[in-house]
Design a protein around this ligand. Structure first.
Ligand code: ATP
Ligand code: AMP
Ligand code: MG
Length: 210
């Protein structure tokens, strides 16, 4: 247990191309850090956006959100940033005895009909105020295979090796641009085939050093 004075709130943003394994790696990191006494919450940006668009009757599935008009996506994105900040602010009270780690599972960029659009523009990153941005990466061919095996999601708009390579390149650039606005560090965690637990362990180690 950590003394009350020393308690820390760490905010970690996790990004990566659709289907690289962010949500999977995060579930491993959460169980590892949870086992070591940290209070860990994963906030999935897409979940927050989905809740809002479903309540408003705008669309029904998370993979439809990125096809909405950009103006609509932007206004939901902005509302969610505020809502997440309020939630993050409540967490030190929710867990009065522990160090708190908040993972935000999201995207540095979203591929929309009007181009690559930042998932972490100034009005979002300045609400979330992360300590670090972690980019999850894997072999592009493996990513496309993961996408096609995962029947629970629609990712055909990202499902081409050359496109995945291009998106991965842009994700690094968008991540640096966002991190620079708030003085966050940026690092890469590799999620090798069949080794999501190891990637979760690398992420957990990185978080402990913050
Ligand atoms: P999205 O951005 O679309 O939410 P994601 O990055 O969160 O995607 P996941 O849903 O975690 O991706 O993973 C996509 C698929 O890849 C899942 O079926 C998952 O089980 C599988 N997967 C994740 N990591 C690995 C790995 N290291 N090796 C093999 N398969 C993996
Ligand atoms: P995910 O399950 O992480 O793929 O998220 C589902 C969808 O939510 C994404 O495809 C985007 O349309 C949307 N989304 C997630 N994070 C963001 C963000 N930071 N900004 C804008 N849209 C986002
Ligand atoms: Mg996910």
């Amino acid at each position: 247990m950590v003394s009350r004075m020393a308690r820390k709130l760490r905010v970690v943003i996790v990004v990566g191309v659709a289907g690289v394994g962010k949500s999977t790696v995060l579930s491993h990191a959460k169980s590892i850090l949870g086992g070591e006494g940290y209070a860990v919450e994963i906030l999935n940006y897409g979940d927050f956006m989905l809740k809002y668009v479903v309540e408003k009757g705008i669309c029904k599935s998370r993979d439809e959100i990125r096809s909405l008009p950009l103006s609509e996506q932007r206004s939901v994105q902005s509302l969610v940033a505020r809502e997440m900040r309020n939630y993050i602010d409540s967490l030190m009270l929710k867990y009065p005895e522990k160090d708190v780690v908040v993972f935000v599972d999201t995207h540095a960029l979203i591929k929309t009909a009007t181009g690559f659009w930042p998932g972490l523009p100034e009005y979002v990153i300045k609400e979330l105020r992360p300590d670090t941005i972690v980019v999850v990466e894997a072999d592009p061919q493996s990513i496309v295979q993961r996408q096609s095996k995962d029947l629970s999601r629609y990712r055909k708009d990202y499902s081409d090796v050359e496109l995945v390579k291009e998106v991965m390149n842009f994700i690094r650039m968008f991540s640096v641009a966002s991190a620079t606005l708030v003085g966050a560090s940026v690092s890469i965690v590799r999620n090798e085939e069949g080794r999501a637990h190891e990637a979760g362990r690398s992420l957990a180690e990185l978080v402990k050093g913050l």
